[in-house]
Design a protein around this ligand. Structure first.
Ligand code: MN
Length: 233
């Protein structure tokens, strides 16, 4: 017998899979901080520090189909909304204490994502030693394009990653410049949490993070994956 609930349960959050009708159900969203050296420098840090993580709620995703322009509202409370273009890893098989060498077996596929950030609020929280949630984990803070199964995604570890705003380059780098590569990231993450099928990992952003305003259109690209186009309403 189906369970009864006192309020309507939340629907399953899901992301389209390129070339398929079946969708990818989203469990948790993990994000890696400062995982490209030039971005770490622009944020006032240097060197290879151990990876660190924060989360976004799974219903923060803004799902954008291929060849469509998604919309995210300009969020409340901020005057400095930043784009962070990121490679997203979709976990197909869970596990804990996964070694970097075994990590590939746990990956379902990849997508282009945006770790949208209320930078002013994040900065205030950093100064006060408080959690980043209000800066990072707000509603609709995680636009994402379709997930491409890993076998169809090409040479993702050497893929160019970029974002343009209004047709002008803002960030342009290469996934090969990750400080902690995908396998190492999964090793560290799965030592701290048991990964589950459906988890997404935003792997970090390269240098060039900057503000967008209402009316801007962001076009994120990672070679081998569908573009992610999002307009700030
Ligand atoms: Mn980020």
């Amino acid at each position: 017998m189906a369970a009864d609930f006192v309020i309507a349960p939340m629907p399953v959050v899901s992301v389209p899979v390129a070339g398929q009708k079946a969708r990818f159900p989203v469990h948790r969203i993990y994000c890696v901080g400062r995982n490209y050296e030039e971005h770490a420098k622009e944020m006032g840090f240097t060197g290879r520090e151990p990876p660190f993580f924060f989360m976004k709620p799974n219903d923060a995703v803004v799902v954008v189909d291929a060849d469509q322009t998604g919309t995210m509202p300009y969020p409340t409370l901020t005057k400095n909304l930043h784009h962070e273009i990121e490679l997203v890893v979709a976990i197909g098989t869970g596990g804990k204490n996964i070694s970097a060498a075994d990590a590939d077996k746990h990956i379902y596929g990849y997508a282009v994502g945006l770790d949208m950030t209320r930078r002013d609020l994040q900065g205030d929280m950093k100064k006060q030693g408080r959690p980043w949630d209000i800066g990072k984990s707000f509603d609709q803070s995680a636009p994402i394009g379709p997930i491409v199964p890993k076998a169809e995604a090409g040479d993702i570890v050497n893929a160019e990653i970029s974002i343009q705003v209004g047709g002008t380059d803002r960030q342009r780098s290469n996934v090969s410049k990750l400080i902690w590569n995908i396998g190492e990231t999964i090793e560290h993450l799965s030592a701290a949490w048991e990964l589950q099928p459906g988890d997404l990992i935003f792997t970090g952003t390269p240098e060039g993070v900057a503000a967008v305003v209402s009316g801007d259109t962001m076009v994120g690209e990672i070679a081998g994956l569908p573009k992610l186009t999002v307009k700030v309403a």
